[in-house]
Each structure stands twice: as structure tokens, then as C-alpha cells.
Design a protein around this ligand. Structure first.
Ligand code: R5P
Length: 293
């Protein structure tokens, strides 16, 4: 117990040494509240300023996607290699060991499936997000679709709720089949998400001009992997995105549908955090996969 009597006189005032005011390592996040910065620092590696998020939330709209039929068998071994996991609350409680202690980007919007109209979504209760200790709240924002207004309203609501509790929001740009994933569209979609308060944006890589998409977006961008590509091509895409300013990947199918997913996520990490060239990362992938039984 602190004792009021016999205290030593205070003397170490560090006079003449200005108190350090730490900046923050993520673009556009310097003015966020402490809790937000703490959560973002769990998701993004402070040294590289980047993240490898493992996305396996596909089942919420697609059902048992290839590679996700038995997430206990296919996803759990990948978790230790990810910087952050992106999943639904269902998957979290059903298969993710709570002792994994990974930051969670929680799929916080839901509403329709591939069988009907995508993106007609509502939001999870913020208390539920806090209950599962979400480090980030992810929701669809469908710019240019019939649900544009609804999903932008969802974004503003989620940003308001997340801000109340210091939880950042990941705006996921949902690009409908009728839209072209080019720099012009992706710049518009990512910028709209950022201006409406999203702290991090997930979008697709495009060529040419991805660097312009990144430049015009005032907060960090992570790229989705999209449909399964041959491993070297997926590593090439990750490399180009990082090289042009992406702050990481939020990759699903190109990891868990790879021939050797554990080797693949490690190769992706080497690209994202260590700037490994695609051919070297592919060599690493082959090396790691041959070490597996
Ligand atoms: C889409 O429903 C989800 O948000 C996925 O997490 C996202 O598309 C990333 O996964 P993939 O790398 O497979 O595109």
C-alpha cells in the first residue's frame, strides 16, 4: 500500500528533455483514439507497416467453399502463420481456438447469399463484436450496386459504433459482376469508404495504375486475393500490390486452396514483410512444401 509518510522527494523531472510524442505508423491513422491505435498495432506489423490477414469468411455467402469444407482441418493449422484472421462469429466460436490469441477482423455484416442478391446486409450488434474481442469490424460496401446507399449507411453506422469503443472498421469494397475492377472504379470505391470513416480498406489489385488507387486513398489498403491463381501468379500479384503501396493482403482462396496452404501463407508473408521477389517467394514455397510430409 502506498505510504503517505516517509516519501522520498520527487526529483527526476527530466528537465530540458522534451517529452516524446510518438507518431503513428499507419497512413491517415495518426489522429485516432488510443484504443484504435492499440488494435491496429496488433493487426499491422510495426516494423514493416504491413499485415497478412487470412480471410476465411467466404462461407457466410458461399456456403462450404472449396478448402473450407472442414475449417478445423484446413484453417486451424494456418492461423499461427497469419498476422490477423478474418472470419465470421460462427467460425470463430466453432473452430478457432480461443488460445490462438490472434487479432480478429470480424465479419460484421450479413444478409444475403450467392443464391440471391448479394450485399443486402445488416450489421452485427456492437456488443457481440466486443464480446468476441474483435480487433477490427469488416463490412461490405457495394459502391455502384443497387445496395450502394444501404451499405454506405451500414458503414457510417459501424464507424459510429466502432468509434464509441475504439474498434477500427475495415471497408470491404464489394465489386459486382457488372462492374469493372479498374483503377478508376477502385479509386472511387476506396475513397468513398475512407471519406465515410473506414479506417482500413480492402479492395482488389488492378493493373495498370494500382499505385494511383493507393495514392488517392488516405488510409491503408489491403488487397483481397480473389479467385485461385497458380501460386507463382498469386505471389506476383501480392508483390506488385505491395510494391505499389498496399499495406498488406487479406487473402483467402489463394492461400487455403493452394496445393500446400501452410507453405503458401509463409511465402506470402515473405513477400509482404520482407519484400521477397515473386520468384524467390515461389522458391521458398517449393522449399517449404517439400519439407512437409
Ligand atoms: C468475401 O466474401 C470475403 O470478404 C473474402 O474475405 C475476400 O473476398 C477475400 O478472400 P479472397 O482472397 O478469397 O478473395
Amino acid at each position: 500500500m502506498a505510504d503517505a509518510t516517509g516519501n522520498q522527494d520527487s526529483k527526476d523531472y527530466g528537465l530540458g528533455i522534451p517529452q516524446k510524442t510518438e507518431g503513428f505508423f499507419l497512413k491517415g491513422c495518426g489522429n485516432l483514439e488510443w484504443g484504435m491505435k492499440d488494435r491496429l498495432s496488433r493487426i499491422f506489423n510495426k516494423k514493416s507497416g504491413r499485415t497478412v490477414m487470412l480471410a476465411f469468411d467466404h462461407g457466410y455467402i458461399m456456403g462450404p467453399t472449396s478448402g473450407l469444407e472442414r475449417m478445423d482441418l484446413t484453417i486451424v493449422p494456418l492461423i499461427e502463420h497469419a498476422d490477423c484472421i478474418m472470419c465470421t462469429r460462427g467460425a470463430l466460436r466453432q473452430i478457432v481456438p480461443a488460445s490462438s490469441n490472434k487479432p480478429i477482423s470480424l465479419r460484421a455484416s450479413a444478409g444475403s447469399t450467392v443464391l440471391t442478391d448479394l450485399n443486402d446486409e445488416c450489421l452485427l450488434d456492437i456488443e457481440e463484436c466486443i464480446r468476441v474481442n474483435a480487433s477490427m469490424l469488416a463490412l461490405m460496401v457495394a459502391i455502384g450496386s443497387k445496395y450502394e446507399a444501404l451499405t454506405i449507411r451500414n458503414l457510417t453506422t459501424m464507424v459510429d459504433q466502432g468509434s464509441r469503443y475504439g474498434i477500427p472498421v475495415l471497408g470491404v469494397t464489394a465489386v459486382g459482376k457488372e462492374l469493372v475492377r479498374d483503377a478508376r472504379y477502385l479509386s472511387l470505391a476506396t475513397r468513398v469508404c475512407a471519406e465515410n470513416g473506414a479506417h482500413i480498406i480492402k479492395t482488389y489489385y488492378c493493373s495498370p495504375d494500382f499505385e494511383k488507387v493507393v495514392a488517392a486513398c488516405p488510409v491503408p489498403i489491403v488487397i483481397a486475393g480473389g479467385k485461385k491463381l497458380p501460386e507463382l501468379e498469386a505471389l506476383q500479384m501480392a508483390f506488385e500490390a505491395i510494391d505499389q503501396g498496399a499495406a498488406g493482403v487479406d487473402m483467402g482462396r489463394n492461400v487455403f486452396q493452394a496445393e500446400h496452404p501452410v507453405a503458401m501463407i509463409q511465402a506470402v508473408k515473405a513477400v509482404v514483410h520482407d519484400n521477397l521477389k515473386p520468384k524467390d517467394a515461389f522458391a521458398l514455397y517449393n522449399d517449404l512444401k517439400n519439407k512437409k510430409s
